[in-house]
Design a protein around this ligand. Structure first.
Ligand SMILES: [Zn+2]
Length: 275
């Protein structure tokens, strides 16, 4: 009799799991067919990133570019001097949660036998203004390697240039992507909430040349989504606008089951972030 009861209970568990999976399939299907208009407090949330992520209380998804300039007053309130290894004795600053994530990233690289260096973190509006003027004077035209004041991802306190020892004191170039450290970063930075902010082939969208060294913190869920679907922060916000307009169709990478029911699910089990 006890055996019968536990068998019955077991069936109930299976039935519950099956119903949950069915719900996930229905949600996935509705994503594929396009989403109805929904606001942040709508129960019928079908955007592939969670409501918590898109509400963005910590402003990890702040988009800065030449179309969306910061002002001279914009400065993160939670800047700290980073503890991670850096290229100079000068202080490098990032927002506190970003600094923590960077240390975790560098520790992970170290355990894989690689040494990373932070070169440049937070930059003020004024610093960027001077850098842009200097670059323009030296090159003679805007070569897109230094941003105008207000347009730099570095002013968010969430952008950081990460290089290897060989690149210290050298001019950064796309060839960094082919180094051990560059490859490792591209493969693992999302696990710590970072993306390559200016990817190869997205220059028309970001307006910036490929920078395999420039990491941008966006939080773990968004980092996985952007990386697995090979989209930029600009494109994420375009998707969001479309979602709000009711015209969003999820044409992304769902083979890996990146986002299911508001959670990040990675096939190899490396990460599972609940909603
Ligand atoms: Zn940079």
């Amino acid at each position: 009799m006890d055996a019968m009861v536990s068998l019955f209970r077991g069936q109930r568990v299976i039935a519950f799991v099956t119903a949950t999976m069915l719900a996930a399939v229905i949600i996935a299907a509705s994503i594929g067919m396009g989403s109805p208009t929904a606001s942040a407090d709508d129960a019928s949330w079908t955007f592939p990133l969670s409501e918590e992520t898109m509400t963005d209380p910590d402003e990890f998804l702040t988009l800065v570019n030449t179309d969306r300039l910061l002002t001279s007053d914009d400065k993160p309130a939670d800047l700290v001097n980073i503890a991670a290894r850096k290229t100079t004795s000068d202080a490098v600053q990032l927002r506190a949660p970003v600094s923590e994530a960077l240390s975790a990233l560098f520790d992970a690289a170290k355990s894989d036998g690689l040494t990373l260096y932070a070169h440049s973190g937070y930059r003020s509006y004024q610093t960027q203004k001077v850098m842009f003027a200097n670059r323009l004077a030296r090159v003679g035209y805007d070569d897109k390697l230094v941003q105008q004041a207000g347009a730099s991802d570095h002013q968010t306190g969430m952008g950081v240039d990460v290089i290897n020892k060989a690149l210290i004191g050298q001019r950064f170039g796309a060839s960094f992507a082919d180094t051990k450290e560059g490859r490792w970063l591209a493969e693992h930075c999302a696990e710590y909430g970072f993306v390559i902010r200016y990817p190869l082939g997205k220059e028309d969208i970001t307006g910036i040349s490929y920078e395999p060294w420039h990491l941008r913190y966006v939080g773990v869920e968004a980092a996985w989504y952007l990386t697995d679907n090979e989209i930029t922060l600009e494109e994420l916000w375009e998707q969001w606008d479309a979602y709000q307009a009711g015209t969003f169709e999820f044409g992304g990478n769902d083979e890996q089951g990146v986002i299911q029911d508001g959670a990040v699910v990675v096939e190899d089990g490396a990460l599972d972030v609940g909603s």
